[in-house]
Design a protein around this ligand. Structure first.
Ligand SMILES: Nc1ncnc2c1ncn2[C@@H]1O[C@H](COP(=O)(O)OP(=O)(O)OP(=O)(O)O)[C@@H](O)[C@H]1O
Ligand SMILES: [Mg+2]
Length: 509
C-alpha cells in the first residue's frame, strides 16, 4: 500500500463574505492520479492555491504535510522548491515571448550571470520532446493554439523537477484529440513516478485516468473514492457532487418552431492579418424562430470566426455575404449595430472578450444593455442592481453579493455572468460559443434550461459546441463545418456522433 505523498488537514480559507474552504481534508498517495471534483465554486481551485503557496501560510488555517513534513509556504517558489508545481485554470504564458523564454522564465539557465541561450534551447528541445510538442523553441507562445500552449505549460512544469503536478482544468479548452494526448501524457508521467492532481468537469476523462477521486461540495470534503476498490460510475460521482441524482442531463423540451428569423448567405471571411487566407468560405445557413441550431466542427474549422464576423464584423477582413433578418437584408458593420439588430454573441473566451474582471458583477451584466437601465444616458443604479439580482438567482451565480469583483468568482461562475450579460440584451439571435465550457454538470442543466427558455420565447439560437453529446442533446438541427466550409446539415432525428464526425473531416486529404 502506497504511502501518502500529501496530506492537507482541516484546511479552512475565508474571503470577505465567503467561506471557500471549511475543514477540508485531502490525502494523495505517492504515484497516483488524484482527481478533485465538485461543482463550480466548490473550492477546488482555492484548495490548490493554498497548497501551492498562492495563498501564503497564515492566510488559511490547517496543515499541509508533504512527504510527512509540515510545510509553510510563503510564496509559489517555496512550494516549487519542494517539487509541487501548479498549472492554473487560466493559461499564464506570455504571448510575446518565445516558447523557450516562457519555459525558463524566472528559472533562467545562466552562466556567470549571463543567460545561457545554448543551454536554454537545448533543454527546451528535450522538454518539448517529452511532452510531444513538435515546435521550435524560438516560436512565440502566442502563435500557438490552446492545446499546444497547454503542453508548453507542462514542459515548463517539468523543467522544475516536479514531484506533484497539479492541473486545474487542463482540458477545458482542448478538443477531443488534444485532450486524449494530454491524458496519455499524464499516464506516462505516472509511469515515471510523478504524482498528479487533476481538476476537471469532464467525467469521462476522470473515469479514464483517475486512481482516486475526492469530491468537494460547498467548501467541504464529501468523500474520497478509490477507483480500484469499488466500481465507480459517472452517476455515482455526480451524486457526490450535487448531493442528489441527476436523472436527465438535458431538460425536456417540446420545440415550437416558426419562420426563419435569421439567414446568412454566401458568407466569406478572410484572416485579419494574412489577407489571402480564407477562414469562412461561402457559408450559408438559417435559424428559425424558436429553433436551437448547432454548429459542430473540429478546432480551427472556422466556427468562432463565422460567429464573430456575424457579430458586427468583430473578426476578419474582406467580409462578404448577406445577413437577412425576417427576410430583409440588414447591415451590421459594428458590434453596436449587431446589438441594435438583436444579435448577441456569448464568447468562449470570457477573459479576453466577455468580461471586465476588475469590475463588479452587476456592471458586467448590464454592460451590453445600458440603455435599458438608463435614462438620458445616466445609469439607474437601483435598476441595475435589481436586474443583476434577478440574474444571480436565475443562473444560480455563487457569490455573496453582485457587488463582488467578477475576477473573484470561480471559473464556472464567471461563465454564468457572461451568459447573463448577453441574455439580458434580449437578443433575437443568440449565438453561443462553447457556452458550458468549464461548467459543472448540475449548472449545465441550468444553463440548458435558460437556452430552452430563450428558444421558447421565439428567439433564434445558434450554438457552437465541441461536445457532440451536448449538440445532440440540445439542438433541433446541426450544421457541420470543416476548413471554413459548411460540409453538412443534419436534422435532430438523423443526428449521431458518427455522422457528425464524418462531416467534420469531410473534404480533407
Ligand atoms: N479572491 C477571491 N475573493 C473572493 N472570493 C473568492 C476568491 N477566490 C475564490 N473565491 C470564492 O471562493 C469559492 C470557491 O472558489 P473556487 O475558485 O475555489 O471554486 P472552484 O471549485 O475552482 O470552481 P470552478 O469549477 O468554477 O472553477 C467561490 O465561491 C468563489 O467565489
Ligand atoms: Mg476552479
Amino acid at each position: 500500500m502506497a504511502s501518502n505523498l500529501l496530506e492537507m488537514q482541516a484546511i479552512t480559507k475565508t474571503f470577505p463574505g465567503v467561506k471557500a474552504l471549511e475543514n477540508v481534508n485531502l490525502k494523495v498517495k505517492e504515484g497516483e492520479i488524484h482527481a478533485l471534483m465538485g461543482e463550480n465554486g466548490a473550492g477546488k481551485s482555492t484548495l490548490m492555491k493554498v497548497l501551492s503557496g498562492v495563498y501564503e501560510f497564515g492566510a488559511y488555517e490547517g496543515d499541509i504535510l508533504f512527504k510527512g513534513e509540515t510545510c509553510r509556504f510563503r510564496t509559489i517558489s517555496d512550494s516549487e522548491k519542494k517539487g509541487i508545481v501548479i498549472i492554473h485554470q487560466e493559461l499564464a504564458l506570455i504571448p510575446q515571448l518565445s516558447v523557450a523564454e516562457n519555459i525558463f522564465l524566472g528559472n533562467e539557465r545562466s552562466k556567470r550571470g549571463i543567460i545561457d541561450w545554448y543551454k536554454t534551447e537545448l533543454e527546451t528541445r528535450e522538454l518539448l520532446k517529452t511532452v510531444g510538442l513538435d515546435e521550435k523553441p524560438s516560436v512565440k507562445a502566442g502563435s500557438l493554439g490552446v492545446g499546444k500552449q497547454q503542453l508548453v505549460e507542462i514542459a515548463k512544469a517539468l523543467s522544475k523537477e516536479v514531484k506533484l503536478l497539479i492541473l486545474d482544468e487542463p482540458t477545458a479548452a482542448l478538443n477531443e484529440e488534444d485532450s486524449e494526448n494530454l491524458l496519455r501524457l499524464l499516464l506516462s508521467f505516472k509511469g515515471q513516478g510523478i504524482t498528479s492532481i487533476i481538476i476537471s468537469h469532464k467525467l469521462n476523462e476522470i473515469m479514464k485516468v483517475a486512481d482516486s477521486i475526492t469530491i468537494l461540495r460547498d467548501g467541504k470534503t464529501i468523500e474520497t473514492l478509490n477507483v480500484h476498490e469499488e466500481t465507480i460510475t459517472e452517476e455515482r460521482i455526480i451524486q457526490g457532487m450535487v448531493g442528489r441524482d441527476l436523472t436527465h442531463r438535458y431538460p425536456l423540451r417540446t420545440p415550437t418552431i416558426g419562420d426563419i428569423g435569421f439567414e446568412i448567405k454566401d458568407w466569406t471571411v478572410y484572416h485579419p492579418v494574412q489577407s489571402e487566407r480564407i477562414m469562412v468560405d461561402s457559408a450559408s445557413l438559417n435559424v428559425r424562430k424558436g429553433e436551437i441550431v448547432g454548429i459542430a466542427g473540429l478546432m480551427g474549422a472556422g466556427r468562432t470566426e463565422l460567429a464573430m464576423s456575424l457579430f458586427g464584423k468583430s473578426y476578419g477582413q474582406k467580409i462578404s455575404g448577406t445577413i437577412l433578418k425576417n427576410g430583409t437584408p440588414i447591415k451590421v458593420p459594428t458590434i453596436s449595430a449587431a446589438i441594435e439588430a438583436g444579435i448577441a454573441y456569448v464568447t468562449e473566451d470570457r477573459k479576453e472578450y466577455g468580461l471586465i474582471l476588475m469590475q463588479d458583477i452587476k456592471s458586467n451584466i448590464s454592460l451590453a444593455n445600458l440603455s435599458s437601465i438608463s435614462r438620458r444616458y445616466l445609469v439607474n443604479d437601483h435598476q441595475e442592481l435589481v436586474e443583476a439580482e434577478r440574474y444571480r438567482e436565475k443562473m444560480a451565480i455563487k457569490t455573496p453579493s453582485v457587488h463582488q469583483k467578477t475576477g473573484n468568482l470561480s471559473g464556472g461562475n464567471q461563465q454564468k455572468v457572461v451568459l447573463s450579460k448577453w441574455i439580458f440584451t434580449e437578443p433575437e439571435l443568440l449565438i453561443l460559443d462553447e457556452p458550458t465550457r468549464g461548467i459543472d454538470v448540475g449548472a449545465k442543466f441550468e444553463i440548458y434550461s435558460i437556452i430552452h427558455d430563450a428558444a421558447s420565447q421565439g428567439k433564434s439560437v445558434l450554438m457552437i459546441s465541441s461536445e457532440l453529446p451536448e449538440l445532440l442533446g440540445m439542438c433541433d438541427r446541426i450544421y457541420v463545418m470543416n476548413e471554413g466550409r459548411i460540409t453538412g446539415e443534419v436534422a435532430r432525428e438523423e443526428a449521431t456522433q458518427e455522422l457528425l464526425m464524418k462531416y467534420m473531416t469531410r473534404g480533407r486529404d
